[in-house]
Design a protein around this ligand. Structure first.
Ligand code: ATP
Ligand code: MG
Length: 308
């Protein structure tokens, strides 16, 4: 185990870096291609820890790649930005070795400035809103729902803005979403988001994972006028995933991957503090949880996937 060194900082010299997110770094390969490098950084309560989770970057990368393949099969007409998990030829051999398991090349497209959120369960901010007002995203739901109950009638689309760094995303109505991206694309984004979510949810449920909600991003392929699924997809960083065998409505479900870390931060009064150094055993336990989700979803261990 632990064949990959833990990496919280990658600075490739062979490609220009375009952006650095909380977890992923984005490089330009050529005019039409981007490289996502997923580090082992982990964030909790919106801040990034000092040290990383073993194999997290590889797990999230390979999980996203797996989903792009599965979803392309299961959702008729779906286009994605996924190209390959191969390292671009322009990267030096030494640097390629570092990022080999955590790289994804994608088509560079014009991202719609919307977070296409889909909620299948009444949890998190949706539960707060429902408990206070009986609505989710402004739409009334039947009375008597418990925390983490499935949304009656099936998953709902609840778009938000993509806030600039440091600001919080804002819920917006479907009408507002249509003003931002135009009626035609708004309808296509909503339809795709719901269909991709349904396909992903069904696939995961058969494998013992409930996908409670997620955030998708879509982009426009200007050459073909197609709406394309981009960014990471159905990872634990973009979704709430619950183990089916421990699901129990009427209470908050534990965040399967990050619960050890969150508990440790809370118990030690470190919730929300920048740059916290997390003990090895907590990181190891967290890594094991990411691996468990990966194995359930893909049916393979990370090692098997990387050899395959
Ligand atoms: P964080 O996710 O850490 O809150 P972030 O979203 O700014 O912050 P990343 O997710 O690491 O950081 O950055 C990925 C960026 O790349 C996002 O802005 C996303 O919209 C953009 N992106 C994703 N796929 C594509 C694509 N195919 N073409 C162009 N941009 C893309
Ligand atoms: Mg992001």
């Amino acid at each position: 185990m632990g064949s990959n060194p833990v990496l919280t900082e990658v600075n490739l010299t062979s490609l220009p870096k375009l952006a650095e997110g909380k977890v992923r770094d984005l490089y330009s390969v050529d005019d039409h291609t981007l490289l996502f490098v997923t580090t082992d950084r982990i964030s909790a309560y919106d801040v990034v820890m000092k040290n990383g989770v073993p194999d997290k970057g590889a797990l999230l990368t390979q999980q996203s790649a797996h989903w792009f393949r599965i979803l392309s099969e299961k959702v008729p007409g779906l286009k994605t930005h996924f190209l390959t998990t191969d390292v671009p030829a322009a990267v030096s051999a030494q640097e390629a070795q570092l990022i080999r398991t955590r790289s994804m090349q994608v088509r560079k497209l014009k991202v719609f400035p919307l977070e296409a959120i889909v909620r299948g369960y009444v949890t998190g901010s949706a539960w707060k809103e429902y408990a206070a007002r009986g609505t989710v995203h402004g739409t009334p739901l039947p009375p008597g729902l418990r925390e983490c109950d499935a949304v009656p009638g099936g998953p709902i689309y609840t778009p938000s803005t993509k806030a600039p760094l440091g600001q919080h995303d804002e819920n917006i109505s479907r009408e507002r979403a249509a003003q931002i991206v135009g009626d035609k694309y708004a309808a296509r984004i909503e339809d795709l988001a719901l269909r991709v979510f349904a396909a992903g949810q069904a696939h995961a449920l058969e494998r013992g994972i409930i996908i409670a909600d997620t955030k998708f991003e879509f982009a426009l392929d200007e050459a073909t006028d197609e709406v394309v699924l981009v960014d990471e997809v159905l990872t634990s960083d973009s979704s709430r995933m619950w183990p089916r065998d421990r699901y129990e409505p009427g209470r908050d479900q534990e965040s399967f991957d990050k619960q050890f870390l969150r508990n440790w931060l809370t118990e030690n009064g470190l919730k929300g503090k920048e740059g916290v150094e997390v003990p090895e055993d907590i990181l190891r336990a967290t890594s094991d949880r990411y691996k468990e989700v990966f194995r359930r979803l893909t049916g393979k261990t990370l090692e098997e996937t990387l050899q395959g």
